[in-house]
Each structure stands twice: as structure tokens, then as C-alpha cells.
Ligand binder design. Structure first.
Ligand code: FE2
Length: 383
């Protein structure tokens, strides 16, 4: 017996942003990042559609990459002043994730991050506002999921807040907004989608619904990521990647992820390496490690015309190389001195990350460190 939670409404396809005209409410706060949606004209489009729907709007801008708790509190204070009944997260995953966390603090001003990071600790939302997510990147699937990742810079770690309360009410999956993603971001976010599909597919609570969405997303990424990397103006293919991101999001929102994410949450928090890049470096060795406990990678190998889990690990390795993403943390430029200093702490935190609970193979700290070290050195593991 299981439940499967997705946003109530998903509008998708080129031009679906226009569906904002059907929204009902009085006042929206639009949360954005550094201003790219301002420059490319999509903020103005959103504002015009809201106006058409008779909805007043105000903008909270300046959410940084890997949003901090300070930004979240600033946004929540802005919400308290403006009193919106609609919150719109518009832009990359940082803007949407921050908007979700602001939503919690708007509805429950006395919330504490230490308490929110406990699983499903978020109390009932939607007493003050509903949430609309409009992603401009095709990666995290945050427009679908009950997940918000907030960074504590002092402690150098990322805190995932996980609750189905955070699943957006409306997701608008319009690839016109992702058209200006630079090549590197297209590659990294696409590889993040792949990691969501792969980790959801082998999750120890995977089921039929998640399996078909995860497999579908993986298939779409293998077939389309190299094309969109080479032909960034191909909006039709961009929409396929945008859809794949949401499909993988639907899968992992319900069956979680595994140790690729447990580890990359730590490495991302410590070294600011792009999330998708870290995941792509980790995936082949995590596939090798987990393949001792599950034969499901063989299904994925079949999807890409191969047969063994090792061949699938190699196919992931080759896909990463085809979109010019580095093969190891050393190659990314992390110094061995810094790596050695931080490894133990990162591994300890990775063991405690909630995603570790859903990994198909249990592991101890020694194995966690050995996987991480092999991914630093760029060598294949054999255990
Ligand atoms: Fe991810």
C-alpha cells in the first residue's frame, strides 16, 4: 500500500506560461533569483498574465544560488508585509526552493530550521497561500517535489527540508523559460535529472508508478541531453528535457533518492561544485557499489542498448563526457589537502543524510569514504 503525490495541476508545453491567466487569487509574491528572468522578459510576462487574471503582484528578488536561511527569513518578512495568497517561485531551483522555505516561515513565523529538517516536520500549509512553481532550468524537479534545500554557510552543509506539504499546487513546465540556459548549466541540470531517475528507480521503496516515470525520464535524458547540448536553440528538445525533469521529480518525490545525493549534498555544501556535476561524477561508482544488492540497473542498461550494470555505469560515464562535464572531483579542481581535511566530516554527514535510508545497499562509514575517495581520484571501485 502506498500513496503517490504530485502537484494538483501541471501545465506543460511551450507557451503554457499563459495558463497563469486562469489562476484565482488576490495578490501574488513572485520570488526570483539574480534577475535573469527580468532580463529575458519572463518576469514581465508573468506579471502581465497575473494582471490579466486580476491578481496584484509584488516581487522579491535577489535569491542567491544555494539559498541561505538568512535569505529565507528576509523573504518571509517581506511576505508578512505584503500578505499574499499566492506565492510564485520563478526561475532556477534556488528561487523555487527558497520560496518554498519562505512559505513555511510565512505561515509559521516561529519555525526553526533545526526542527524543519526532521522528516515531514512541516505543519499544514495553504492557510495563507498556495504555491505556484515555474522553473527556468530543467534539473531539480523542484516544481514537482516536496523538497527545499537550504544552505547553512557557517556549517558548510545543505539542509533538505522534506514534506509533502511543500509539493506545489501548480507547476508550469514551459521550456521557453529554459531557452537561455548556458551550455554548462544545460549539461549539469540534465545530469541531475538522470541521477534522479536512476536513484528513484533503484530506491528500496520503488514501485510501479515511480519505476515507469523514472525509466521514462532516463530514456529521455539519454536520447535528448546530447542533442540539446549541441543545439541549445532547439526548443522542442528543450521541452523534452523540461518534461523529463518533472517526470523524474514525480518519481523521486515519492520514492526518494540514494547515496549519490547523500554525498553530493555534502560536497556541494563544502566546495560549491554544481550539483549535477557532482552527481555525474558519483553515479558510475555508486552504480557499481549498489549493483551488488540490486539487479535493476540491468533494466536501465537495456534501455540504452546494453546488458550489464557495469555497461550502464559506463554509459553514464560516456554521457557525462559527451556533455563536457569533468570525471572526478580532483579534475574539478578541489585540492587534495582540502579534500583530505573535509572527507571524514562530509562522509559522516552523508551517512546521516535521509537519502541514505533509501539506498538499495546499506553501507558503513568506511565504504562511504572509499566511494567518495575513488570519485575524487577518478578511479573505479571494486567492492
Ligand atoms: Fe538532484
Amino acid at each position: 500500500m502506498a500513496q503517490f503525490i504530485v502537484p494538483k495541476t501541471m501545465h506543460h508545453g511551450l507557451g503554457s506560461l499563459e495558463k497563469l491567466t486562469e489562476l484565482k487569487g488576490n495578490k501574488a509574491v513572485i520570488v526570483i533569483g539574480g534577475g535573469s528572468v527580468q532580463k529575458n522578459g519572463y518576469l514581465a510576462k508573468v506579471q502581465n498574465y497575473l494582471k490579466e487574471a486580476g491578481i496584484e503582484n509584488v516581487v522579491f528578488s535577489g535569491v542567491e544560488a544555494d539559498p541561505s536561511i538568512e535569505t529565507v527569513l528576509k523573504g518571509a518578512a517581506f511576505f508578512q508585509e505584503e500578505n499574499p495568497d499566492i506565492i510564485i517561485g520563478l526561475g532556477g531551483c534556488s528561487a523555487i526552493d527558497a520560496a518554498k522555505a519562505m512559505w513555511i516561515y510565512y505561515e509559521y513565523p516561529d519555525s526553526k530550521l533545526e526542527e524543519l529538517v526532521a522528516l515531514f516536520a512541516v505543519k499544514e500549509l495553504r492557510k495563507k497561500a498556495i504555491f505556484v512553481a515555474i522553473p527556468s532550468t530543467s534539473g531539480t524537479g523542484t516544481e514537482i517535489t516536496g523538497l527545499s534545500v537550504i544552505t547553512d554557510r557557517e556549517k558548510g552543509t545543505k539542509y533538505p527540508i522534506v514534506s509533502y506539504e511543500l509539493t506545489p499546487d501548480v507547476a508550469i513546465i514551459d521550456a521557453n523559460l529554459s531557452a537561455s540556459m548556458p551550455k554548462g548549466l544545460t549539461a549539469n541540470t540534465g545530469l541531475d535529472v538522470l541521477s534522479h531517475g536512476v536513484e528513484a528507480y533503484v530506491s528500496n521503496i520503488a514501485e510501479n508508478f515511480s519505476d515507469s516515470l523514472a525509466k521514462g525520464a532516463i530514456d529521455l535524458v539519454f536520447k535528448n541531453l546530447p542533442t540539446v547540448f549541441e543545439d541549445p536553440d532547439n526548443l522542442k528538445v528543450r521541452q523534452v528535457m523540461h518534461d523529463a525533469s518533472s517526470m523524474a521529480g514525480m518519481a523521486f518525490n515519492n520514492v526518494w533518492l540514494g547515496i549519490v545525493h547523500s554525498i553530493s549534498h555534502q560536497i556541494g555544501g563544502t566546495f560549491a561544485i554544481p550539483h549535477g556535476c557532482a552527481n555525474a561524477i558519483l553515479m558510475p561508482n555508486v552504480i557499481r557499489f549498489n549493483s551488488k544488492a540490486t539487479d535493476k540497473y540491468e533494466d536501465l542498461a537495456a534501455l540504452v542498448g546494453k546488458s550489464t550494470s557495469e555497461e550502464f555505469a559506463q554509459a553514464v560515464y560516456d554521457l557525462r563526457a559527451s556533455v563536457e562535464v569533468v570525471a572526478s572531483f580532483k579534475e574539478y579542481g578541489i585540492s587534495s589537502k582540502e579534500w583530505d581535511e573535509k572527507l571524514e566530516g562530509m562522509a559522516l554527514n552523508a551517512m546521516k543524510d535521509p537519502c541514505t535510508l533509501f539506498n538499495p545497499r546499506k553501507l558503513d562509514l568506511k565504504e562511504m569514504k572509499a566511494i567518495m575517495q575513488a570519485c575524487y581520484d577518478g578511479v573505479a571501485i571494486d567492492f
